[in-house]
Design a protein. Sequence first.
Length: 466
Amino acid sequence: MKVQSAVIRLVLRTNKTLANGMHPIMLRVSFGYMKERSTGYCCSASDWDKKAELVKAGFPHAVEINKIITDFKNKIIARRFQFELMGKKYTPEMLLDDNRLEFSAQSHVYKDIMERMISEKQLDKSTIAHYNYSYNRLAVFLGTEHFLVNDLTEHRMLRFIKGMLEEVSEGTVHTTCAKIAAVCNYAVSLGLLPAEDYCFNKLKYAKLAKKANRKAYVDKDNMLRIRDYYLRLMTTGDEEHWTFRPGAEKRLLNRHSLEFAVCFWLAMFKLNGSAPIDVALLKEENLEIRHFTDANGHSDRYYCFDFKRAKTGIDVRPRIVCDRLARAIFEPFLQTCHLRDGYIFPIIQNNKHSLRHQPTYEGQKRAVQHIAHATSVKMKQVCGEINSVTEDYNRRTGQHLPLIDVASLSCYNMRHSFAMAYLSSPGANVNSLASLMARSPNSIGVYITQLNKDHDLIESVARIGI
């Protein structure tokens, strides 16, 4: 007998396997002949309930997926009913016509929406890396890579932000939330997310995650304390006659050790306040050891580095005297860099030449971000110990030696710390600082913090000598 009404069903296309090994969920319309539309979702055969036309309960986000695909099916059924009510003839194509947005079954999966937005807007690699970072943070927080944009509720995002603030800088939290907000806004524009369900309607992440204090820095006195901490940790003896402590070099070569964290921190400072990515990309070919003689005829060896800033491509040329500190930082790595294709620090590669991530610039940045975060966490521990010693000294002597602002501590502080340490030295000038840090004199101000303490103001004027 001829069917007078279209049969509309949700089916699992088991004869088609996607790259992830699953099968697509299709909306099938049979009316004289068969036509199908993808719902944008997929699952394995064992997770599909053929009779109920639903994803089984054990599948990730089964409730949300079932609601979306069932709503889509019901919209098509309602459209069929309208045609039949008006006595109009229709075809499967007419029922599945997706020219109108309300009949779209686009994927609600966050990653799919994000990748569609990236492709449509043709974003640059650096921006894409930020979007991928925000997605990865969300995936870890939610415990699945297949979460939906609908899962990002205000309550969940509040917990997500508070958790991040305990692990990373406020600037990172702000950037991460901005990228999530962009994806959600894009989903709203596509009609995939109701505007009233946008997670940042009331939750103002800019207030919870204020812009990082870009002026935060570690003052010169505390940088000296960090230097002394490292020398005690790694070496024994005096400046002229010293050796590495037993096992110290081995621990240093482990990029997850406390020794490596302090070393990496000091290396950024010694390399003219270079960014973590610039230090990580340094190779043996970027270094030459030379001798220089001063006006008094005294000769010293120097580590002479020549490289370009990854961010701007501008030349950076640190000249570091080969004293006890510099040798304790660089020598163990220079002796083993042949095991890492010439990379001085074991961040991009380990000693088996293997890459920690894909051999792309984005992969390298992810590896560096991981190490930079681990370094910041360990340095907060170290600086907390240094603060305890300083506080005890202040109590005993009645002095007011400055403490390190542990809460604002991050690898980004190093550029500011180097700039402020340089400007506190006799004969310092902004033009020389700009040259050292590979910035223009007009823009070097971003690394200079205005003096606000009485004794700083007094000492600065006293240096004038008039």
